[in-house]
Design a protein around this ligand. Structure first.
Ligand SMILES: Cc1ncc(COP(=O)(O)O)c(C=O)c1O
Length: 493
């Protein structure tokens, strides 16, 4: 453990300020809780509201350098092995958008894994970058998208000589981890930075049994949703700069982009929670994760013992697009029972107030945190799954057929930014073929966007999306979830 990791300089500075009982002649107007609504005060507690202190407060983020705020970010950089770390108060979404804006300082083209998070598409809209997409590997049995292979990245970069970056996601929602070392080697051979959206992997740095984390594997910029598994407060996240050269990513450009994408009133509670979550991860993460990993191994075995159910686990590693598996996700394969994940999830809520993170046609996903008390929840999940499967029975065909592969995505006629900002109209779905999309359509399964803003819609893709809906799947991004109509770029008069 690096020195000082047991300290929380920023959180301590907030507490010290609150304990002094200062004259708070500044925002927020609730004045440390005294002016807050009584129910809010009861719900959150006086101590929490007393720590809601604005930015630019002496002794917290103003005063002799390094201020407690700067110290806290440096400790985070040390803990994850970054050259520099920024605290984010608008989630990993902010990290993606800031990464896009920073990249746009270097040029106009970028290579991206097709199934990036929607905030990365927003980054394209805001930055004006022109994407070349590379398809992730799709699991033909489970009907879910895994990670990008190094070969696919190589092909996309070779086809995009002006690219200024390569952008991938690892781990996925389902726990598949990419071969980040190989991806970084490919990106660096093309002399571009590798940006890894590691929103789901902030914990990977803290236990040797977990897959290697992206910074350690050579990524240049890593987006980390610290709140997801490491357990800072919702909406808090981090952006880590790896040991990259300024020619690949300009530090000042990242810094400016982070400022541009955040409020001028960042929440001290979110920031304090990042400082504390870093301390917990660095000092106790290994022990906490060890317990959670063991608990999940037992729970997986219990779920596999239920007739009709299976789980995703390290057996996935080695399949195309899966280099390793992150055991902090509990993904249950429900293909063997006579109900889809969409039908099982509400049943689990009814049976035992079990609330899953994600459910799709074939797989439902429970997320476990680093500091999980876990056991009661895991038991409840196993019991509820037993009851649900007993209710619905087994699939009579011994497992559902997988979905047909989607047709190729359409030509990029405009950049996402041009399509998003241009005049738009809504047309009936049958009339949309040949028009340029102004919105995304991403069918689940497998969740890879079929259409993104700026791409030409094809009759084949529209029919595929419609067919997926008829089969019980869903479409994200569409303004009309039933796809009776589609938002397209208006035709010029
Ligand atoms: C891969 C990925 N990136 C980014 C995000 C956005 O994270 P946040 O909700 O912290 O903004 C998510 C959210 O689920 C995600 O799955």
């Amino acid at each position: 453990m690096s020195s000082g990791q047991d300290k929380t300089p920023y959180l301590d500075a907030l507490r010290e300020y609150a304990a002094r009982d200062p004259a708070r002649l500044h925002v927020p107007g609730h004045k440390g809780g005294l002016g807050a609504d009584a129910e809010l005060l009861r719900a959150l507690g006086g101590p929490a509201l007393a720590l809601d202190i604005p930015a630019l407060t002496h002794g917290i983020d103003l005063g002799p350098a390094p201020t407690p705020f700067e110290q806290a970010q440096r400790l985070a950089a040390q803990a994850w092995g970054a050259q520099r770390t920024w605290f984010l108060i608008n989630g990993a979404s902010q990290g993606n958008i800031a990464a896009g804006l920073a990249l746009a300082h270097h040029g106009r083209e970028v290579v991206l894994q097709r199934n990036v998070h929607s905030s990365t598409i927003d980054a394209l809209v805001l930055s004006g970058l022109r994407p070349t997409f590379a398809a992730p590997e799709v699991d033909p049995e489970l009907g879910i998208a895994h990670c990008l292979s190094a070969d696919a990245l190589e092909r996309a970069l070779a086809a995009t000589p002006a690219a200024v970056g390569a952008w991938v996601v690892s781990p996925t929602y389902f726990g598949a981890v990419a071969d980040v070392r190989a991806l970084a080697a490919v990106a660096h051979r093309h002399d571009v930075p590798l940006i890894v959206d590691e929103a789901w992997g902030a914990h990977l740095a803290f236990h040797e049994e977990l897959p290697e984390h992206a910074l350690a594997a050579g990524a240049d910029l890593v987006i980390s949703s610290t709140h997801k598994i490491v357990g800072s407060l919702t909406q808090s996240a981090m952006l880590h700069l790896g040991p990259t050269s300024p020619a690949r990513i300009e530090v000042d450009a990242v810094d400016r982009a982070v400022t541009l994408t955040e409020s001028t009133s960042p929440s001290s509670l979110l920031t304090g929670s990042l400082d504390a979550a870093r301390r917990q991860a660095a000092t106790h993460g290994r022990a906490l994760l060890g317990r959670t990993i063991a608990l999940l191994a037992r729970t997986r075995a219990e779920i596999r013992a239920i007739d009709g159910l299976d789980v995703l686990d390290e057996r996935l590693a080695g399949r195309p697009g899966v280099f390793a598996y992150d055991p902090l996700r509990l993904a249950v394969d429900v293909r063997g029972v006579a109900a889809s994940g969409y039908e099982l999830a509400p049943r689990l809520r009814q049976i035992g107030d079990i609330n899953m993170e994600l459910y799709g046609q074939n797989v439902i996903v429970a997320v476990f945190g680093m500091g999980e008390r876990g056991l009661p929840e895991a038991r409840r999940l196993v019991r509820a799954l037993q009851a649900a499967v007993a209710d619905v029975g087994l699939d009579p065909h011994g497992g559902r057929a997988s979905f047909a592969a989607p047709p190729p995505w359409g030509e990029l006629a405009l950049t996402p930014r041009e399509a998003f900002l241009g005049a738009q109209e809504v047309v009936a779905a049958p009339d949309a073929a040949g028009r340029i999309a102004a919105e995304s359509l991403a069918t689940y399964p497998p969740g890879i966007p079929n259409v993104l803003p700026g791409e030409r819609l094809t009759a084949e893709t529209l029919a595929y999306v419609q067919h997926t809906l008829e089969q019980g799947g869903s479409v994200r991004g569409a303004s009309d979830r039933l796809l009776r109509s589609v938002r397209v770029v208006a035709e010029q008069a």
